[in-house]
Write a protein of this length. Structure first.
Length: 180
């Protein structure tokens, strides 16, 4: 069985990005999905002084272990002022201190969505640019505009053209997992 770790890069309890990440991970055939909640990994704001005083935070190590135990990683990014949410950025800062292989060189499917017509494209571009340089495996990407209009909890992506595009990218992600 394929192990997928997924999360919405947001601390919102009603995160549309968490819903999209969960939906996406559950589209992978024969997958066991480990849906992470960033609220379970809340740590002090990273600083070199905190690391020198206390070492690598244990929640950071636990988060990294979840990533490395997976066959593939699905992340849907919330856009806060054109960038990552502070919740994700802090976890990212902490996990980056545990060694160079942050993402375990796993196939990744990076997504974003928002209520607006750009669907969080600014943060997705930032994430793809950064994370693809930190991972030797394939990184797929998809942005879903106007979440409330184009997504249903019951049926997923409701716009036919967007759903077809999504399914093509999902197939590429699944193929990467299969060939890893």
């Amino acid at each position: 069985m394929t192990k997928i770790v997924a999360f919405g890069a947001s601390s919102s309890k009603t995160s549309m990005n968490k819903k999209l990440a969960n939906f996406t991970a559950n589209q992978v055939p024969n997958a066991a999905v480990n849906l992470l909640d960033l609220n379970d990994y809340e740590m002090p704001i990273y600083s070199i002084d905190k690391e020198m005083e206390s070492g690598i935070h244990p929640l950071s190590t636990k988060f990294r272990e979840q990533l490395h135990a997976a066959d593939g990683i699905v992340i849907s990014f919330a856009e806060h002022n054109g960038a990552y949410s502070s919740a994700f950025k802090n976890i990212f800062d902490w996990i980056s201190r545990g060694g160079p292989n942050i993402w375990g060189n796993k196939p990744m499917f990076l997504l974003s969505t928002s209520p607006g017509p750009r669907g969080g494209q600014s943060v997705l571009e930032l994430a793809v640019g950064k994370l693809s340089r930190m991972n030797t495996n394939d990184v797929q990407q998809f942005s879903l505009p106007e979440f409330e209009k184009n997504f249903s909890t019951d049926s997923g992506i409701t716009d036919d053209a967007l759903r077809q595009k999504f399914e093509g990218i999902l197939d590429a992600f699944v193929s990467c997992i299969t060939n890893s």
